[in-house]
Design a protein around this ligand. Structure first.
Ligand code: SAH
Ligand code: SF4
Ligand code: F3S
Length: 456
């Protein structure tokens, strides 16, 4: 009999990728994914530690899951509860103390061992023995996880790199994901081929520091990300390649050249800046100055004039003055972003910045966040509007809200709404953009819309 598996995923795309792999690793043991926890035989919370009170939120979610477990136990049925991801890694044994009904606490590098842990937990039954696995051998994870089994659709994610050696003073990732590790190119190319065979035409390469990729190449040499992308671009029918998240420090000449030369590499780059103030950048340990970032953006735009940029920002980092904040606004104006995420600084336990004495008051952070977001939204709207009237290639991804409507993505990751036959999902259509809002574009199919039709 099939067992029901419910996975709730928080945080970054790498967690989403990992959740899919956990489902894959459990599939041979009879677990099939469901969309709600109420009747699940196993619940996995795949957690994120980036935001404020992340751990507290997980504990309160666990409270709800515990009620489900108790109701099912009264009916004589077992529910295995597992907590994965970055909160699991950070809490470790502590989680078993605060939530003893959790059967399994597993860090991001141990997912290949999940079946064995589930078997142990199931044997222990309600006397939940508790399995805590938070060690860091990243190599084993990718060597031993089964190949992805469920098709991801037209646009797929593929983790190529994990972990971080940068130690920005605000960030938990180096502690929760461990040191930088790059998967061998052969493994990545094999997985990409499989994704394309399953119908994906776009692949986004994932890594906490994806452009720090240094994996063993097909020739036994160390390959950087640009070399890997060139090899992937040779896969027939793989039309679009993206990568995220990049660190400005790791943007090398080869990667800039790849943007100039490779049509498959989409003209869109998420390149987090965090702050436009040199003093704050130094305190954050980002390893570059504002001027370095601007110079890099200029070089990239020379290489690929269509390039659009997005970024992450933190406002109210300890010690940030009004002048520092204005430097951020100033840099945003000079770069002109197509999209961006911005956050109030929140102290993460165990990180150096959390101990700083000069924390910025909450109301100052809120006010700065609003000012920054107003500017970023204005830029985003302007960017979206700049596409109105243009004909752009859109990868048709899924049904839209209304009958007959589809949603796709532009080269710049903008969602595009249009009327098109459902059978065209997975194809790239030329679309005339008719309107833009801050969040999306809408348009109609150009005539002809598909290259193959034009050739016929
Ligand atoms: N590796 C990526 C970022 C991963 S975390 C990089 O180096 O850019 C995603 C974003 O969360 C970060 O870019 C940062 O803007 C934000 N973030 C991380 N820790 C934070 C904290 N303590 N407070 C507020 N925002 C934070
Ligand atoms: Fe965190 Fe900095 Fe590493 Fe990004 S580069 S994951 S922000 S420590
Ligand atoms: Fe969150 Fe961990 Fe990703 S902290 S953002 S899930 S690396």
């Amino acid at each position: 009999m099939k067992k029901k598996l419910f996975i709730k995923t928080y945080g970054c795309q790498m967690n989403a990728y990992d959740s899919a792999r956990m489902a894959d690793v459990l599939a041979p043991f009879g677990y099939a994914p469901v969309d709600a926890p109420d009747d699940a035989d196993m619940v996995i919370l795949n957690t994120c530690h980036i935001r404020e009170k992340a751990a507290e939120k997980v504990y309160s979610e666990l409270g709800r899951i515990r009620q489900i477990r108790e109701r099912r136990a009264a009916e004589g049925r077992q529910t295995v509860i597992a907590v994965a991801g970055c909160v699991a890694q950070a809490e470790g044994e502590e989680m078993r103390v605060r939530a003893p009904f959790v059967d399994i606490v597993l860090g991001p590098q141990t997912y290949h061992r999940l079946p064995e842990m589930v078997a142990r937990a199931a044997r222990a039954g309600d006397r939940s023995s508790g399995v805590v696995a938070t060690d860091f051998p990243v190599e084993a994870k990718f060597d031993e996880l089964p190949e992805a089994s469920a098709p991801q659709g037209p646009s797929a994610f593929l983790t190529v790199q994990e972990g971080c050696d940068k130690f920005c003073t605000f960030c938990v990732v180096p502690y929760t994901r461990g040191a930088e590790f790059s998967r061998p190119a052969a493994q990545i190319i094999a997985e990409a081929r499989k994704l394309v065979a399953q119908g994906s035409v776009e692949i986004t390469l994932l890594g906490q520091n994806v452009n720090a990729y240094r994996g063993t190449g097909l020739d036994g040499e160390r390959w950087g990300l640009a070399r890997l992308i060139r090899a992937l671009a040779e896969i027939p029918r793989l039309a679009r390649i993206r990568y995220t998240t990049s660190h400005p420090r790791d943007m090398d000449d080869a990667l800039i050249a790849a943007h100039a030369e490779m049509p498959a590499l989409m003209p869109y780059l998420h390149l987090p800046l965090q702050s436009g103030s040199d003093r704050i950048l130094a305190a954050m340990n980002r390893g570059h100055r504002a001027a370095d970032y601007l110079a890099l953006v200029e070089r990239m735009r020379r290489a690929q004039p269509a390039l659009a940029l997005s970024s992450d920002f933190i406002v109210g980092f300890p010690g940030e003055t009004e002048a520092d904040f204005k430097a951020t606004l100033d840099l945003v104006k000079r770069v002109n972003y197509a999209q961006a995420f911005s956050f109030k600084y929140s102290p993460r336990p165990g990180t150096p910045a959390a101990l700083a004495e000069d924390q910025v008051p909450e109301e100052v952070k809120t006010e700065r966040l609003h000012r920054l977001q107003d500017l970023l939204w204005e830029q985003q709207l302007r960017f979206n509007r700049s596409k109105v009237g243009a004909v752009i290639p859109v990868l048709l991804e899924k049904p839209g809200r209304h009958q007959g409507q589809l949603v796709g993505r532009s080269p710049w990751l903008q969602p595009v709404h249009l009327d098109a036959p459902a059978a065209s999902i997975g194809r790239i259509a030329d679309v005339v953009v008719r309107a833009a809002t801050v969040n999306s574009l809408s348009g109609r199919l150009a005539a002809p819309a598909f290259k193959e039709d034009a050739a016929a």
